[in-house]
Design a protein around this ligand. Structure first.
Ligand code: URP
Ligand code: ZN
Ligand code: ZN
Length: 460
């Protein structure tokens, strides 16, 4: 099978030129002007952008959480991602406290293998670090192609580890060429504030926001950066939301330390005023919560300053019925929101079209940097000879409106209902197969593969 994409504007993290791209089998095999090859399929991309498939390194599919499961499965979630130009996701396996990493891995393999449309990998969340876990961490890197380990500094009693466990994990991960990622918020402070608000009868979604002030994230981000410095282990802070937390990373750079930072599309675009809408605010109950406009400015600037490398989603959708589990108590609202489908188009529309980031920065943040940090570059994250042919053909001028009536995520509301977007995913190629063509699905469930990853933390 071969595909020739003709005359598109090819954009990578570093380049921007008009050319043809020739695909044979699963790989890009030639790039150039007026390529003379015959192909099984020819796509005219004149006037369109041609960029590497998006990589969303922060999604939660079919995840047990807060007494329920996130509503998208590997089937529905990776398909929705493809519709929006994301060809690969990295999901989180959760170790059950008291149980092994291998048991958790098997559980996630059952959920995912043979069921996904798009490609996927897993971060392994270590929620119980002990001698046995340490041995399994090595096996995950050496045998299973899982080289990033997630930690939680919050959600005490379910997912949180203490600083002693964090340092122990970092030492093993560093010795074996992996990376530790973190949900960096101060769990004890947050639990204290939740208890305080509940005891005062303050139970609406607004109090979810008020229970996680900026300082809880700034403090934990700085503490994590310090532990990463102390152990020498590469660190990656997920879903960063605010100025205080980014300043903690800025400070770390002054001692020549690199801490990778991911923000998520919602923190660039939405703000905490949404929590003033009574229970409707539950749609945006996520941790950390949405912040202020000044934090959005900091995050956009952080992208351009190279302090923020990645824009993910933290896609963790719950239906409106599931959100009602917390109708009378914000602390019972399942945390998370749907976004896997709209990240690429929103980042383009709000970032590139509005002059906040360049085309190259857009590709870097939506795809390339995740591939580099998480040990998949240059197989993934770029358009180059020999890379996987994961390619988005994108109309930069098409206008459309986000709505629950047209999205593909398995959730009955949209966090972006009515948002007008400029730029649309027209065709998506995944490992050499046309996967989405003008909204039509061309591949079958199970086409998506588990991607083994190598050593992590390529310096950017
Ligand atoms: O609210 C969120 N973020 N839900 C998913 C779990 C996590 O903390 O990433
Ligand atoms: Zn988190
Ligand atoms: Zn998450």
């Amino acid at each position: 099978m071969s595909i020739l994409i003709k005359n598109g504007r090819v954009i990578t993290a570093t380049d921007d030129y008009v050319a043809d791209v020739f695909i044979e089998g699963e790989k890009v095999s030639a790039i150039g002007k007026n390529l003379p090859f015959k192909a099984d399929q020819v796509i005219d991309a004149t006037g369109h952008l041609v960029f590497p498939g998006g990589i969303d390194p922060h999604v939660h599919l079919d995840m047990p959480f807060m007494g329920t499961y996130s509503a998208d499965t590997y089937e529905t979630g990776t398909l929705a991602a493809l519709h929006g130009g994301t060809t690969m996701v990295i999901d989180f396996i959760l170790q059950t406290q008291g149980d092994t990493l291998y048991n958790a891995l098997r559980e996630w393999q059952d959920k995912s293998l043979g069921k996904a449309y798009g490609d996927f990998s897993y971060h392994m969340a270590v929620t119980d670090f002990n001698e046995n876990t340490a041995k399994e961490v090595v096996q995950m890197i050496e045998k299973e192609g899982i080289s990033s380990f997630k930690t939680f500094m919050a959600y005490k009693g379910a997912l949180m580890i203490d600083d002693g466990q964090m340092v122990g994990l970092m030492k093993v991960v560093k010795e074996n060429g992996g990376l530790v990622t973190v949900h960096a918020t101060n769990g004890d402070m947050i639990d204290h504030l939740i208890a305080k608000h509940r005891s005062e009868g303050k139970l609406s979604p607004l109090y979810h926001y008020l229970s996680q002030p900026e300082v809880t994230e700034a403090e934990a981000s700085g503490r994590f950066a310090d532990m990463s410095d102390y152990t020498g282990c590469p660190g990656y802070i997920v879903h960063m939301t605010c100025e205080g937390a980014l300043n903690a990373v800025r400070l770390a750079t002054r001692r020549n330390q690199k801490v990778f930072v991911e923000t998520c599309i919602q923190y660039l675009l939405l703000d905490a005023s949404l929590y003033e809408r009574d229970f409707e605010g539950a749609k945006w109950v996520m941790s950390p919560p949405l912040r202020q406009k000044k934090d959005q400015e900091t995050l956009w600037a952080g992208l351009n300053q190279g302090l923020v490398q990645v824009v993910g989603t933290d896609h963790c959708p719950f239906t409106w019925e599931q959100k009602h589990m917390g109708k009378d108590d914000f602390s019972k609202i399942p945390n998370g929101h749907p976004a896997i489908e709209h990240r690429v188009e929103l980042l383009y529309s709000e970032g590139v079209r509005k002059g906040k980031i360049s085309h190259n920065k857009f590709v870097e943040a939506a795809s390339t940097n995740a591939a580099k940090i998480f040990g998949m570059f240059p197989r993934k994250g770029t358009i180059a000879v020999g890379s996987d042919a994961d390619i988005v053909i994108f109309d930069p001028n098409e206008e459309h409106t986000i709505s629950v009536n047209t999205h593909h995520m398995n959730v009955d509301y949209s966090g972006y209902e009515g948002w007008e977007v400029t730029g649309k995913t027209k065709k998506v190629i995944l490992r050499g197969q046309l996967a989405i063509d003008e909204g039509e699905v061309k591949i079958k469930k199970g086409y998506g593969e588990f991607i083994r990853r190598g050593k992590t933390g390529m310096v950017i």
